[in-house]
Design a protein around this ligand. Structure first.
Ligand code: AMP
Ligand code: FES
Ligand code: ZN
Length: 303
């Protein structure tokens, strides 16, 4: 196969786009897709400060790198979850990557906020991953808000977004369907949330890292044991194999045709948020979920 743009030998086949690229044209394609997502969804401009949540995995390292390549004003934030034998290694990897490439990265240690994940795991009965996700999102937002960033960007890619949409659709979860998308506007103490890799698949992000020499962290979290929505991703992957482009169409057409309807319904149904009595960030109750967990951990430690 020949590269669609320059006629050289293609090294990356992209059936969903009915095309293939040589490495250099693939990198242009990748950057173009990121720019398109940013512009189409009004994510941020060149004069705005953007905070990238960097886990150390391929998506978030690729995101930090590509936004810098495109000339955006970005810094990273890494959440150190305090899991002995794991968190310190991932953190060192992220810090090393950023030092090597001259990127600023901030680190938030949840243990300093009384929320080391092993302590949280001992104190709550719910699955640790969902509580941990809540704590991470709280700190992404809080750090971005307190340090004056215009937007918080995460490395979610098209596979993640389509699989989440599929899961929400199977449950017809109207609240989540109204809220799901690549850009959520700022509101009060919630900063704007964006997903600039939403037009790129896991394969494309991995190929970008490979061609850019980005070595990423491979080990899954010792508590979760792997990526979320694995089964849904496999099903959508099978669909994509037989109908190239179906995954992108599922997601893009949802955003265009269905999301506005769910969004309007969700606005009517959701209760007003008020400032949490402890941390001051938006909460549906008097005390937010994260502050309630912190209290449970403190009670557990005292017992
Ligand atoms: P995941 O839910 O693990 O697939 O992660 C989705 C996105 O959340 C990643 O691409 C990162 O942008 C962000 N993220 C996850 N874990 C962390 C972390 N410990 N520190 C900073 N960002 C993270
Ligand atoms: Fe949060 Fe594993 S429990 S990343
Ligand atoms: Zn709170």
């Amino acid at each position: 196969m020949k590269c669609r743009r320059c006629g050289e030998v293609a090294q990356v086949a992209l059936p969903s786009h009915h095309t293939g690229f040589c490495p250099s044209c693939f990198l242009d394609f990748f950057r173009g897709q990121v720019e398109r997502a940013i512009r189409r969804h009004w994510m941020f401009g060149k004069n705005e400060r953007v905070l990238v949540a960097v886990s150390g995995g391929k998506d978030s390292l690729a995101l930090l790198h590509v936004l810098r390549e495109l000339g955006y004003d970005v810094e990273g934030v890494h959440i150190d979850l305090g899991i002995a034998g794991s968190s310190e290694l991932v953190r060192a990897w992220v810090e090393g990557f950023c030092r090597e490439r001259g990127y600023v990265v901030h680190v938030v240690e949840t243990a300093r906020d009384g929320l080391a994940i092993p302590d949280v795991k001992r104190s709550v009965r719910r699955p640790i991953c969902s509580v941990c996700g809540k704590i991470k999102r709280h700190w992404f937002n809080r750090f971005a808000y307190e340090h004056g960033f215009a937007a918080l960007a995460t490395g979610h890619n098209l596979d993640d977004e389509a699989a989440r949409l599929f899961a929400n659709t199977l449950r017809w979860d109207t609240a989540y369907l109204g809220d799901q998308g690549p850009a959520l506007p700022a509101e009060g103490k919630f900063v704007r949330k964006v997903k600039p890799l939403c037009r790129l698949t896991e394969f494309e992000t991995a190929a970008y890292c490979f061609f850019q020499g980005i070595r990423h962290w491979h080990e899954p979290c010792p508590y979760s044991g792997g990526a979320s929505f694995t089964g849904h991703k496999r099903l959508l992957g099978d669909l994509e194999d037989t109908s190239p482009g179906a995954r992108m169409a599922f997601y893009e057409l949802f955003l265009r045709n269905a999301r506005p309807v769910f969004e309007a319904a969700a606005k009517r149904e959701t209760s007003e948020l008020t400032p949490c009595a402890v941390c001051g960030y938006p909460s549906s109750g008097e005390v937010c979920g994260v502050c309630r967990v912190r209290r449970m951990v403190a009670d557990g430690n005292a017992a």
